[in-house]
Design a protein around this ligand. Sequence first.
Ligand SMILES: *Cc1c(COP(=O)(O)O)cnc(C)c1O
Length: 395
Amino acid sequence: MEKFAVDKNGFYGEFGGAYIPEILYDNVEALKNSYLEVIKDPTFQEEYNSLLRDYVGRPSPLYLAKRMSEKYGCKLYLKREDLNHTGSHKINNAIGQILLARRMGKTRIIAETGAGQHGVATATVCALMNMQCIVYMGKTDVERQKLNVQKMEMLGATVVPVTSGNMTLKDATNEAIRDWCSNPSDTYYVIGSTVGPHPYPDMVAHLQSVISEEIRKQLLEKEGRETPDYVMACVGGGSNAAGTIFHFIDEPDVKIVLSEAAGKGLDSGLSAATIHLGKLGIIHGSKTLIMQSEDGQIEEPYSISAGLDYPGIGPMHAHLAKTGRSQVLAVTDDEAMAAAFEITKLEGIIPAIESAHALGALAKMKFKKDDVVVLCLSGRGDKDMETYIAAFENN
Ligand SMILES: *Cc1c(COP(=O)(O)O)cnc(C)c1O
């Protein structure tokens, strides 16, 4: 059988690794040598799990969506990460990494953010744990995600607008890495997805794996078996997808169907469909698929969803797709918007526009009536109301 876990050098097949400036070598090495030991330590687990339960509100419900099930001819369960404190799965990771940072004696937390969900989650946990918090955010995103910027500031974080490049997530990440290089001894960099140098992708996957751990228990209760026929999720960098599939990866009977953002269409030149269109390269410390031109220049991605608008992809997802373990579908802006309005109408749930990309894949599938399908609803739609209202007014 294929091996899907990371190897000791941080590779998933040909993807991954740790391509970092020398100044960060000691930091990344310390993290690499301690993360598994720390997150498996019983005292860490106790602290982490009690915060997940009492602060985040876990376990998140596994909800049988009856009207959507009827529409798509299957038994569709929604894993409700949208009900978490701060509105998405990002808080699971932020809590875990900041607990880890505290154990490593770090006093200063930095993070990058795109739409602002990871920034808000990080600022929230920093308030809770009384840590200094600096969030790098592209100036374009600062302007289009005002509410999240105001939340971070109210929570006591410093938001630094980044004016290089396209002024979005990629540029914010570059700036966070630059900060880390200047302050390697007291600073911990909280990465928000399964991207970056080893051990981040594997660490973030572990911290999000609570999602599939809960799914197994909840399915056993509801269906009398721990494994579904399908698991589905959207992929930006890949963290909610990694958490959703983590405890199913080595069970080939569980089919993995992921959605990436096709933007205006795969051939339009305006998309963020990295697995379909990307080529091998190195970005933010990791060898993976990247949207790039013939001569290796990174191409600016586009998606209606800020959380999927990243030119790279987590190395584990590049590997899962390449080996055929996962099927990756490209879902356009229009398909995601239609899916968002459909679930709102049928189930009374307004999803994050990222999660709507996972929902948009349902129409491309052919299920059998008794197939059990679990789809990760990664976040709620509050932050996307302006986008939804604009579409609403045009129809
Ligand atoms: C950030 C975000 C995503 C994309 O990130 P992943 O690491 O791929 O999960 C998806 N959904 C929501 C709600 C997000 O906030």
